[in-house]
Design a protein around this ligand. Structure first.
Ligand code: SIN
Length: 189
């Protein structure tokens, strides 16, 4: 699969006819809210683990020096905390452009803290997209992030904003926090 996913996403019309759709954000969609929404609520999804395994050639890195950003990997028993937004379908025009580097819309069950749940969408960059980088150690990921910058800014800011947003929500993510710790160690050397 190419990494420009805009056209594919525009044909994924599984919520056609709906006036509102829930979107679950687990990466920059938690802290960079450059789209209108009707309501937002902290939420969780099950069976997915947040991983800095997706390459970023267009936002937080370049083709020569890709950054690393978050995607989700299927993992039994995993729970991923994030932010859910109730949006109108028109907002997907903007989101498809923003998430175009390998992310496809997928349906997911979103759970809210009050035990309410709803079907909604996530953007997920799966291993078959060309920008996917896959597993690396925390040190390797932090080293790559520390060196990358793209049109949207420093790759490290993406990681730091995400870690901060998760803490503000009272959530913890061992993978994100371990990379944050390694980044701090790199800064000290
Ligand atoms: C998301 O935040 O839900 C998708 C990945 C990203 O835009 O960082």
């Amino acid at each position: 699969m190419t990494f420009d996913t805009v056209a594919i996403n525009q044909h994924l019309n599984r919520f056609d006819g709906h006036e509102e759709v829930w979107l679950f954000g687990y990466g920059s969609l938690i802290w960079k809210v450059d789209f209108p929404y009707i309501e937002r609520r902290p939420a969780r999804i099950r069976g997915w683990a947040r991983r800095f395994w997706q390459g970023s050639h267009d936002h937080r890195g370049t083709a020569e020096s890709p950054g690393r950003v978050a995607t989700l990997m299927a993992e039994q028993g995993a729970v991923c905390a994030g932010m859910a937004y109730r949006i109108t379908p028109a907002v997907f025009d903007h989101l498809d452009m923003r998430e175009k580097n390998g992310y496809l819309r997928e349906i997911v069950m979103i759970e809210f803290p009050d035990h309410d749940a709803t079907e909604g969408l996530i953007y997920i960059a799966s291993p078959d997209n060309e920008a996917f980088l896959g597993h690396a150690s925390d040190v390797e990921i932090a080293t790559q992030i520390s060196r990358a910058r793209g049109p949207s800014g420093l790759n490290r800011d993406y990681l730091m904003h995400l870690a901060e947003a998760l803490r503000d929500m009272g959530e913890s993510d061992a993978h994100v926090f371990a990379i944050e710790t390694q980044l701090a160690l790199i800064d000290e050397t």
